[in-house]
Design a protein around this ligand. Structure first.
Ligand SMILES: Nc1nc2c(ncn2[C@@H]2O[C@H](COP(=O)(O)OP(=O)(O)O)[C@@H](O)[C@H]2O)c(=O)[nH]1
Ligand SMILES: [Mg+2]
Length: 327
């Protein structure tokens, strides 16, 4: 077990931009030890007044679409052309198997990883989606406190993880490929509906022309969705991480969105709603934990759950019975 600091030491370290302490604070929020969680809550309380000053961008797309390569190119663009400080976090429920997608992809983010103005943190391995979501959400706040003004949250567009990411970012960017046809590359319609922008990537070489056609096609598809409460109409762009083309237009879209949403109050309102979402999410999780840890429930569980699986008891009656055991 690494040494623990006091809450004030963690907070002061994070606020001064000390990367070692930032990493240690993130390790703390990722920990499931109750004593670490208490400590983490106190650290969060100390840094919270100094947070909120960043643009949080979710980046999703199926494996192989080019997320890591894009983040490296786009990230370097923001550091070099716009003097930004960038943090990259990942929500990857598959990381239990691969040992962390970003870490595995480190070669694709080499220059970003070695830039002192960038901070890259892979998904904690061996965690459930709920656990990763909670710690990523806290990590965003810690990175903001450490002075990072752009935060990328990368996720794999294959499951529930993009819904979680959508609930913690301001702007949601979906990466897609040209020429994938009607299947939309396994990207469900729901994910397209969440997107504030779609970037058709790998628009280089022989792919350039198909990418521009796909752009028109997807733009048409997006127009069919009703305008969301932000009043923003999602845009489709093309880019190439290899040739570093189309990156500036994407940043301009993000800025355009932020300007619109800040102007009409949606930006703040959404962050408030997200705070409420995570409060409720956390309450649900804690209730569930307490329920299953209750000694009376544990005693009765195997018998009652068996009666339910064998059709001898209705799931609803069983739930009511188990809840009745809580005192
Ligand atoms: N032609 C081309 N290939 C790319 C581009 N970006 C990524 N790739 C390739 O696509 C593959 C998957 O990229 P990666 O960034 O690992 O995708 P991820 O799984 O979404 O993170 C790699 O072989 C990359 O070299 C691009 O802009 N143009
Ligand atoms: Mg990747």
């Amino acid at each position: 077990m690494p040494k623990r600091f006091t809450p004030d030491e963690y907070a002061a370290g994070v606020l001064s931009g000390n990367r070692v302490l930032l990493s240690r604070a993130i390790t703390l929020v990722e920990s499931t030890l109750p004593s670490d969680q208490d400590l983490a809550h106190r650290v969060m309380e100390l840094v919270l007044p100094h947070t909120g000053n960043s643009v949080r961008v979710g980046i999703t797309g199926v494996p192989g679409v080019g997320k890591s390569t894009f983040i490296e190119a786009f990230g370097n663009h923001l550091l070099e052309q716009h003097g930004k400080k960038l943090a990259v976090l990942a929500i990857d429920p598959t990381s239990q198997r691969t040992g962390g997608s970003i870490l595995g992809d480190k070669t694709r983010m080499e220059t970003l990883a070695s830039n002192p103005k960038a901070y890259i943190r892979p998904s904690p391995a061996g965690k459930t989606l709920g656990g990763v979501a909670r710690s990523t959400r806290e990590s965003i706040v810690l990175c903001e406190a450490a002075g990072f003004d752009v935060i990328f949250v990368e996720t794999v567009g294959v499951g529930q993880s993009e819904t979680a990411v959508h609930e913690m970012v301001d702007f949601f960017l979906l990466l897609m490929l040209a020429g994938a046809g009607d299947e939309l590359q396994g990207i469900k319609k729901g994910i397209m509906e969440m997107a504030d922008a779609i970037a058709i990537t790998k628009a280089d070489g022989p792919n350039l022309h198909p990418a521009t056609s796909a752009q028109a096609e997807y733009q048409g598809a997006l127009h069919l969705f009703p305008l969301g409460p932000s009043q923003w109409s999602p845009k489709v762009t093309v880019c190439s991480a290899y040739e570093k083309t189309g990156l500036q237009p994407i940043w301009e879209l993000v800025q355009e969105y932020v300007q619109l949403a800040q102007g009409n109050g949606y930006f703040q309102k959404r962050r408030q709603e997200q705070n409420l979402h995570w409060l409720k999410h956390s309450i649900r999780q804690q209730l569930e934990e307490r329920f299953y840890q209750n000694p009376a429930v544990q005693v009765q569980w195997s018998q009652i759950s068996q009666q339910v699986t064998q059709g001898q008891k209705s799931p609803f009656a069983a739930a009511a019975e188990l809840f009745g055991l809580l005192s």
